[in-house]
Ligand binder design. Structure first.
Ligand SMILES: Cc1cc2nc3c(=O)[nH]c(=O)nc-3n(C[C@H](O)[C@H](O)[C@H](O)COP(=O)(O)OP(=O)(O)OC[C@H]3O[C@@H](n4cnc5c(N)ncnc54)[C@H](O)[C@@H]3O)c2cc1C
Length: 388
């Protein structure tokens, strides 16, 4: 029996040598390559394609893909570290990488068969961006009320319908698409398919003009009798609801990571600013009122980070993490809004302009409480568990 004295577990925020090296490499890349492009990409509402190629070269687009398929072969926690580091500099880049790793690759790791893994993993690890298409105009929080249909056609299906709000829609080459093979069966008709860009009848439609994460593409997808074969079904027919639920449970830890990165980025800018900006003949950071605000923000970020890291480590350990993931996403996204807002306050009028990066981070923070389940939906998940 392991004694209490010998069973030494590291603190949640202790990183292994490999995790630390990965974190530092991503931090260096974000500072040198992403930071100079952030404002232009935000203004142009366009992810720099050169940057996407670099993300592939660094192995950040296939963090959990086994090395035998050309991936990085790391764990889920490493994906979380990557998303956090990228989001300190640009949450748009953070979400591109997040969807690729914590939704698309995660779904394939769990549900794809060996033939499908051989077909899709080498591409996702080297040059193909993925997207995850569940939401529709009429079904968001009530995701299983979707109306996209898959009608049997020989041994395959024809997909018909529309998806809305799909992250990476513009850049993606592979799309996980949820549609019902039997609307009468309710959620038990929902099936996950993988659709290739360029498939006959498949169009990427309008790109949304958004408040924040503007360099991240958010698109409508249109399916007009798009043929999918049995080899394109992810998991079992009628079990798409399980694919969706289980992937999103993991994905929302990634959104938590995006939000702690964003908040830390905003705080880092603010710590520098308050030491430079003088009023009343002193740096504003020398006033206790300002120092207390910094201390409160740092504490909130650390609390959110521990929630996110704990959920990710539980996932890697194969232990239940549903409620911890919901709490992590809920708290981190609400926290990021408070922190980004306060960082603007501490920049005074300058914070309200595009000259300082906190303005963009404040706009970017708003999405955290909406996608991958709104704050109310996270509360519903948590309440269900504590009331049972
Ligand atoms: C930028 C962006 C990127 C996105 N990326 C993707 C993506 O890649 N793939 C994808 O599939 N989807 C994506 N989405 C969609 C996103 O997940 C949905 O917008 C989200 O789930 C909310 O759904 P909705 O917009 O339909 O809002 P609604 O579900 O209509 O919710 C509106 C409000 O009502 C509240 N509400 C609804 N039902 C209840 C209830 N039962 N109890 C209490 N409150 C309730 C909500 O909390 C919210 O405040 C994205 C959205 C955005 C904006």
């Amino acid at each position: 029996m392991a004694s209490i004295l010998t069973d030494s577990r590291p603190a949640l925020s202790s990183l292994s040598e490999q995790e630390r090296m990965f974190q530092e490499a991503v931090r260096d890349f974000a500072t040198s390559e992403i930071a100079p492009r952030v404002m232009d990409m935000d203004q142009a509402q366009q992810m720099d394609p050169g940057l996407v190629s670099q993300l592939f070269e660094l192995g950040l687009m296939g963090v959990e893909i086994p090395e035998s398929y050309g991936g990085t072969g790391a764990d889920f926690f490493t994906s979380v570290l990557v998303v956090e580091e990228l989001s300190k500099v640009d949450p748009s880049v953070g979400v591109l990488v997040d969807v690729q790793n914590t939704l698309v690759i995660n779904a394939l790791l769990r549900w794809a068969n060996d033939e499908q893994k051989s077909r899709w993993f080498p591409r996702l690890a080297t040059d193909t961006v993925g997207a995850y298409a569940l939401s529709e105009a009429g079904s968001g929080s009530d995701a299983f009320a979707l109306s996209c249909r898959a009608t049997q056609d020989g041994d395959g299906w024809r997909l018909r319908g529309q998806k809305l709000w799909i992250t990476n829609g513009k850049e993606a080459g592979l799309f996980i698409v949820f549609a019902s093979v039997d609307p009468g069966a309710g959620y038990k008709g929902i099936t996950a398919f993988v659709v290739e860009k360029g498939a006959d009848g498949f169009t990427v439609g309008k790109k949304e003009d958004k408040l924040g994460i503007r360099a991240s593409s958010t698109c409508e997808l249109l399916f007009e009798d798009v043929h999918v074969g049995p080899e394109d079904v992810l998991g079992e027919v009628g079990k798409g609801y399980k694919v969706a639920i289980e992937t999103l449970n993991e994905g929302r830890i990634g959104i938590g990571a995006q939000m702690i990165g964003l908040a830390q980025g905003a705080l880092d800018h603010t710590v520098r600013y308050v030491q430079e900006r003088e009023q009343f003949g002193r740096a504003i950071g020398s006033f206790q009122g300002v120092q207390f605000q910094l201390a409160e923000m740092a504490t909130e970020i650390e609390a959110a980070r521990l929630l996110v890291y704990n959920a990710a480590r539980l996932k890697d350990a194969g232990e239940p993490f549903l409620v911890q993931a919901a709490m992590a996403k809920l708290y981190a996204s609400e926290m990021a809004q408070r922190v980004a807002s306060r960082c603007i306050d501490l920049h005074g009028g300058y914070g309200f302009t595009k000259e300082y990066p906190v303005e963009k981070l404040y706009r970017d923070a708003k999405i955290g409480t909406i996608y991958e389940g709104t704050s109310n939906m996270q509360k519903q998940t948590i309440a269900k568990v504590i009331l049972k």
